[in-house]
Design a protein around this ligand. Structure first.
Ligand SMILES: CC(C)(COP(=O)(O)OP(=O)(O)OC[C@H]1O[C@@H](n2cnc3c(N)ncnc32)[C@H](O)[C@@H]1OP(=O)(O)O)[C@@H](O)C(=O)NCCC(=O)NCCS
Length: 181
């Protein structure tokens, strides 16, 4: 597969609508309202990351936040990579880039939830944990029967850390505002 150029940056408000469309193109992700996506691109921009291609189209996004009770933790809500851009390290580059950026503000732990059977997501996070030199502990956070009325698979929480302070992470990540080809 030929490698395609992308660049990473912090999201901005004008990404909100395109993010809504990107998530819609990325099943099994749950879609959210455009308003929710706008908030992810504004109030939560410091804990989220956007990727655009050489035409300036939004082709990747990670939404995240720092849980108020665990400010040393980056909780990754959704990871979306446009199908044309998959399999060339964009998801991993965004994840490590976001960890690198938030580590400057004291983040040392990474959390996410994954539904059993989402092999791509499991592989992406397993690789990120290996690169960060940490192991994950898992537990069912939201249960199909108890929390989703049987309408959604379990969501299993992965919590991994603590990882190194930001300086030691620098060589792991694809830096923001730099292009790769
Ligand atoms: C999951 C997703 C974000 C991965 O993005 P990506 O840019 O293709 O991932 P990368 O190229 O960075 O791959 C990272 C690792 O995961 C592995 N991986 C990626 N997709 C995979 C798949 N479908 N099956 C198995 N492994 C996969 C890669 O092989 C790589 O590991 P390796 O280098 O050891 O081989 C992308 O497939 C996607 O957007 N899927 C739909 C939405 C979704 O499920 N999001 C995750 C839930 S939040």
């Amino acid at each position: 597969m030929s490698s395609k150029t992308f660049s990473l940056r912090q999201p901005r408000a004008t990404d909100g609508y395109a993010l809504n469309q990107l998530v819609e193109r990325c099943p099994p992700l749950d879609t959210n309202s455009v308003y929710c996506n706008l908030l992810q691109c504004t109030d939560f921009a410091a804990t989220s990351i956007a990727a655009e291609n050489s035409e300036g189209e939004l082709v990747g996004f990670i939404s995240g936040y720092r849980p108020p009770a665990r400010p040393d933790t980056l909780f990754v809500w959704q990871v979306a990579v446009d199908s044309r851009m998959r399999g060339q390290g964009l998801g991993l580059s965004m994840l490590l880039g976001l960890v690198q950026r938030t580590a400057v503000d004291g983040v040392r732990w990474l959390e996410t939830t994954i539904s059993p059977g989402n092999g791509a997501s499991e592989a992406l996070f397993a690789k990120a944990f290996r690169r960060l030199g940490v192991e994950a502990r898992t537990q069912v956070l939201f249960n199909r029967a108890t929390h989703f009325q049987g309408q959604h698979d379990d969501e299993v929480l992965y919590r991994a850390g603590p990882f190194a302070p930001s300086a030691q992470l620098a060589h792991f990540a694809h830096s923001e505002n730099q292009e790769t080809a």
